[in-house]
Design a protein around this ligand. Sequence first.
Ligand code: SF4
Length: 191
Amino acid sequence: MLRRTLRKVGEALARWPVAQQLRGTPLGEAALTARTRSLHSRLHDVRTVASVCPYCAVGCGTLVHVRNDEVIDIEGNPESPINQGTLCPKGADTFQYTVNPDRLTTALHRRPYGTTWEPVDLEWAMRRIAHLVRETRDRTFIDRDDAGRIVRHTPAIGFLGGAALDNEENYLIKKLCVGAGIVFVENQARI
Ligand code: SF4
């Protein structure tokens, strides 16, 4: 009994911060109790990934915070030389753009005279678009204008680009459109 009491007293003394410091344990370590050691930030299991806002060509830097492979927050990256941590209202809302039960995750198609949108396979949708572009282009292609000048274009198709497209994408889109005779090419940023 006495031996057990002495052992407990010895253990308690060994945990005493002063005794720990005398044994050479750094002050900060010595002052930590077992409970303090078990405490941690509520963000300790959060992974942060640097990314870029997808909304426009300014390309503001963002920090995407992820827990268990799920995005829990997105904020401006203070180390980005472009925005230095700030975001415009659109960029500040990219979290709800990413995590949103209403977000579309499949291609949708509304049949001619249909009243509802139906989920369709993306491959099918791409083929459908390619078929309609080709069919419309061939049906409406104008080789010469009323004055007999060669124009070789279709007035029936237009292309509207997005502000998040980069230089290389815009270059390829312009090449594709001009090659197909599509001359109405515009960008959402100018509207
Ligand atoms: S939409 Fe706003 S936050 Fe996003 S890149 Fe453009 S300016 Fe930056």
